[in-house]
Design a protein around this ligand. Structure first.
Ligand SMILES: *Cc1c(COP(=O)(O)O)cnc(C)c1O
Length: 234
């Protein structure tokens, strides 16, 4: 068995165990492989090993790997910061854009999806740690953003996503994960038009079990599947 195949199995077992521990079903958890800096062949191995989706965080990389068949057979998500001038390049190609954080971006995606005759699923990224340099809408501005989704016919909000601050210690993001889950539950109860709270995307290699314990049903895992990224190569 290849290392990647082995790693996917190990991560999946941990996801399953975390789900059961929190009283939920393993089959309700979605494991998204964060594929950045891995070539199509390595991504295909993760797909074959049974991840539920691939998440790419640079448009350029996605556009190179997609035609190379890297994601074939599984949905592909965009999980990185999305510049509005790149929207055109990914709408209609990706199954889910996880990182939408402004009305302008929503409107741009809507317009592009209309051109393609599709409805684009998105998640709203929340800057739950209130970090200045980070993408994501602040929790205070979330309601206003969701209210404008009702008028858009080619975008559907399917849930929330968060990348909390880098934790200094294990369990360090517990409070952020819990706050996200509370938002997820509150918004779900309010029933905004065109908004359904199906997915709560949070948790990465270092903390996905904690995220699941707090209510995540979608985790984005990179290095625990592919090994440490070698940033000096690029
Ligand atoms: C890279 C990345 C991940 C995965 O990070 P790891 O710590 O390697 O698991 C998750 N989410 C986003 C948005 C990423 O860019």
């Amino acid at each position: 068995m290849s290392q990647i195949t082995e790693n996917v199995a190990a991560v999946r077992a941990r996801v399953d165990a975390a789900a059961i521990k929190s009283g939920r079903r393993p089959e309700d958890m979605l494991l998204v492989a964060a594929t950045k800096m891995n070539d199509p062949e390595r991504v295909r191995e993760a797909v074959a090993a049974g991840v539920d989706a691939c998440g790419e965080n640079r448009v350029q990389e996605l556009l190179e790997k997609h035609p190379a068949g890297a994601y074939t057979g599984k949905p592909v998500h965009f999980i990185g910061h999305l510049q509005s001038n790149k929207v055109r390049q990914i709408v209609g190609i990706v199954d889910l854009i996880q990182s939408v954080d402004s009305e302008a971006l929503l409107r741009k995606i809507d317009a592009q999806a209309e051109k393609h005759g599709v409805v684009q699923d998105v998640l709203i990224e929340v800057n739950i740690g209130g970090e200045e340099a980070k993408s994501g809408v602040s929790p205070d501005a979330l309601e206003a953003l969701l209210l404008c989704v009702g008028e858009l016919q080619h975008v559907r909000v399917r849930g929330l996503m968060a990348i909390p601050p880098i934790a200094g210690e294990p369990g360090g993001n517990h409070d952020y994960f819990s706050a996200m889950h509370q938002l997820f539950v509150d918004i779900g109860a309010k029933k905004y038009d065109n908004v359904s709270m199906d997915f709560l995307s949070m948790g990465m290699s270092d903390d996905f079990e904690d995220a699941i314990a707090c209510g995540a049903n979608m985790v984005r895992v990179g290095s625990s599947i592919f090994g440490a990224r070698n940033y000096t190569l690029k």
